[in-house]
Unconditional design. Structure first.
Length: 182
């Protein structure tokens, strides 16, 4: 279980993240050998909606997508709504698409991708309340547990985490996806 050795995965989140949507993918990538790094507009510790505390490793204002192999965007209504308003966070997320790197997004994490303007022409899923936002941003929205579109892995809710984690690890192991573009 070490086919992600040497890979570094950024997790972009702020206060109000959905606890399991941070901790479960984090565990999945680290169990497969990757290093996980928590990037946030906040410093110190951020707290999930159910109380999980996570130590921020790097400020998004100073983060360089070029030093990471993949990005994970956990959900949570407060997290998703707040993070999309941070211009550094939007810039950081968009850079992964410009560099053709895998991105995993679950639940309300997809909101930032509409602000980054990277979902046009893509097929994806999310928490159902984001359906109209994603369609308005040009995505084809489907109601499935996990959807993969050229390096973009998306899921709906915490119940989908087993399928999400498996596809996320697979896409990170594959590396750069030339059709993963902004």
């Amino acid at each position: 279980m070490s086919h992600l050795n040497g890979k570094t995965v950024a997790f972009l989140a702020t206060n109000g993240f959905e606890d399991s949507e941070l901790t479960s993918p984090w565990q999945a990538v680290t169990e497969h050998g990757a290093q996980a790094v928590l990037v946030s507009p906040e410093t110190g510790t951020i707290t999930g909606k159910n109380g999980h505390e996570a130590q921020v490793d790097e400020a998004v204002s100073a983060a360089d997508a070029g030093r990471f192999d993949a990005l994970v965007l956990p959900g949570g209504v407060a997290n998703g709504d707040t993070i999309r308003m941070d211009t550094d966070a939007v810039r950081f997320a968009k850079a992964f698409f410009e560099q053709h790197k895998p991105v995993g997004v679950i639940c309300h994490g997809g909101w930032i991708l509409t602000d980054a303007d990277v979902v046009r022409g893509r097929t994806m899923t999310s928490y159902p309340s984001l359906r109209t936002d994603l369609r308005n941003a040009g995505a084809t929205w489907v109601d499935e547990d996990v959807v993969t579109d050229h390096g973009l892995v998306s899921s709906r809710v915490p119940d989908d985490l087993p399928a999400f984690n498996a596809k996320l690890v697979e896409e990170i192991a594959e590396g750069v996806h030339e059709r993963q573009t902004a």
